[in-house]
Design a protein around this ligand. Sequence first.
Ligand SMILES: [Zn+2]
Length: 169
Amino acid sequence: MLRPILRFGDRVLHHPAQPVGEITGDVQALIDDMIQTMYAAPGIGLAAPQVGVPLRLFVVDLSVGHQSRDLIVLINPRFVERQGMQLEEEGCLSLPGFNATVARPERACVTGFDRDGREQVLEGTGLLARALQHEMDHLDGRLFVDRLRGLKRESIVRKVRRLSRAGRW
Ligand SMILES: [Zn+2]
């Protein structure tokens, strides 16, 4: 089932999410819906808070469904290591129409659990490292605009407010 994707300004997106306690049937259904919603968008990542569920869980697929082995489901993830620096354009399904250059570590190592509760260790560089860090930020109530410096962030927030007032957000 497709779930509506919340946009910047919605409360759930701006607060830290809670750890997943048990991987229940509801959590499995949420994961299925998130994968479907990510592919339909289309996007390369989606975190549970983006569909209004304040749980620490996200999905990432750099191939957007074209390579099944690229699908990552990560529950209660945490960083093990981050290294280096990259500067690339970044966007977000919760901020459609906006992107900006965001500084991120070049390499990231994350651990967490897959949907069967097995522990996973994921290591990524470049775009994968960026996607993992972007989704980890969502779990902490942070969007990519929150990583921008004053003026750039202000300009995006102002445009969102204008769209919002016009009923187009
Ligand atoms: Zn995002």
